[in-house]
Design a protein around this ligand. Structure first.
Ligand SMILES: Nc1ncnc2c1ncn2[C@@H]1O[C@H](COP(=O)(O)OP(=O)(O)OP(=O)(O)O)[C@@H](O)[C@H]1O
Ligand SMILES: Nc1nc2c(ncn2[C@@H]2O[C@H](COP(=O)(O)O)[C@@H](O)[C@H]2O)c(=O)[nH]1
Length: 383
């Protein structure tokens, strides 16, 4: 696979720094802090037990903040569960994906061994929202309203594009403006969740763009074309897909012209592409909701209703948000098919935290390149 064989023995692996060695199939995954304490990073090394060779994989995703120690257990052939100690419970549950479909795909792209972090979210969490529709229909206008009204709730996934900035567009805010050679390299290195050639330029959503929003605890909004929506549908990012339609093709053309940002040639190209996009809005299984943007305020109200409907499914978990904020240290003590028992290492009466917790993994969803949702926790009475 092209990795360097690392000179690294099991003895070396288990001394010198706090780490866990987890066996999955023919491999041992060693997860620990860097030996160099000044560099706060988590190191991962993989031992192929048959060939006795070590590999340092490419590690994708945002890693947990390294803590003094962790507890780790394989869930199946695809994932290792890691509980970081000494941090709030809702910051402590992580998955190291070692052979999920996303990891397999990235391994193929990169030609190296790959693992990926995915943070665990207690409860269903909020699915990202993909908004598609033809150029000029008003996607950006609707998203801007949402971000202005709910700045702490929604975060915009800032795409990369090779097109030139418009007059009022700011690099890093509206787009990351980039060069073709750079985006091609980043795509080949697996840094993108999706990308597409749109109206003669390359546009793409980096994994980092989505993760930086979710890491702020906000709901991620993606403004992408129909090809991008298709790619996200096929990825492990579970999202809500909304297609915004114009009231008529004439009105779409009017808006595009009135915006005054494109040349006549570009307008013609965007209108041609709009017909194709409108044709695909009814593709089976692609979009969850269609919104007509006739009167802007009405459409915005409908969008808010759609998102609020989805919110109703949130936080049905009996484990309260307050419990999740408790800082404590849990160790994994046992595992069965669907539950993992976690034992508190701190004094229950002092910390107020439950001494024994059952972590239910039966309804997990999502995963790298996003978060792993659907974790359920319940306190278990100890005798
Ligand atoms: N409901 C509406 N009625 C009238 N004009 C609208 C409406 N919604 C948006 N507009 C206007 O239409 C133009 C295009 O809107 P906007 O830039 O938000 O489209 P978009 O879908 O984001 O386009 P693109 O895909 O090219 O980024 C803007 O000038 C905007 O002010
Ligand atoms: N597949 C993707 N499409 C994207 C992305 N970011 C924006 N877009 C779409 O491009 C067109 C044109 O946008 P404009 O800003 O040049 O007018 C529009 O339909 C956007 O939805 C992306 O990351 N991926």
């Amino acid at each position: 696979m092209g990795e360097e064989a690392v000179e690294f023995s099991v003895e070396k692996a288990t001394t010198g720094c706090k780490q866990n060695a987890v066996d999955v199939g023919d491999k041992t995954y060693v997860i620990g802090r860097s030996d160099d304490d000044s560099k706060s990073s988590i190191i991962i090394k993989i031992l192929d037990k048959q060939t006795q060779t070590w590999v340092v994989p490419t590690v994708l995703g945002t890693q947990p903040t390294p803590t003094k120690s962790q507890s780790a257990i394989p869930l199946n052939d695809e994932k290792i569960l890691i509980i970081e100690k000494g941090v709030p419970l809702n910051e402590s549950i992580w998955f190291l994906e070692i052979d999920t479909p996303f990891v397999k795909q990235q391994r193929k792209i990169k030609g190296t061994e790959v693992v990926s972090w995915s943070k665990g979210v207690i409860g269903v969490g909020q699915k990202p929202v993909v908004i598609s529709g033809p150029s000029g229909v008003g996607k950006g206008t609707l998203i801007a309203k949402l971000m202005k009204d709910y700045p702490s709730k929604f975060g915009f996934s800032v795409s990369h594009t090779t097109r030139s900035p418009r007059e009022k567009e700011i690099d890093g805010v509206h787009y990351h403006f980039t060069e073709r050679i750079k985006i091609d390299k980043d795509i080949s290195e697996g840094k993108f969740l999706e990308f597409a050639h749109v109206h003669g330029n390359v546009y793409g959503t980096s994994i980092e763009a989505v993760e930086s929003v979710t890491d702020e605890g906000k709901r991620c909004i993606l403004d992408i074309d129909v090809q991008g929506a298709r790619s996200v549908r096929a990825s492990s990012l579970e999202a809500i897909f909304i297609f915004v339609c114009p009231p008529s093709f004439e009105e779409l053309e009017k808006r595009l012209r009135a915006r005054g940002t494109e040349t006549e040639e570009q307008i013609q190209k965007r209108l041609r592409n709009a017909r194709a996009e409108l044709d695909q809005s009814n593709s089976p299984g692609l979009f969850d909701h269609l919104l007509v943007n006739d009167d802007l305020e009405t459409c915005y109200e409908n969008l808010k209703n759609l998102l609020a409907l989805d919110d109703d499914q949130e936080d049905s978990d009996d484990f309260s948000a307050k419990d999740g904020k408790q800082t404590t240290s849990y160790s994994i003590v046992s595992k069965n098919d669907s539950e993992i028992m976690l034992q508190s290492e701190t004094n229950e009466s002092k910390s107020g935290a439950a001494s024994l917790l059952a972590l239910d993994l039966s309804s997990l969803s999502g995963g790298a390149p996003g978060r792993t949702r659907g974790l359920k926790l319940r306190s278990v009475n100890s005798f």
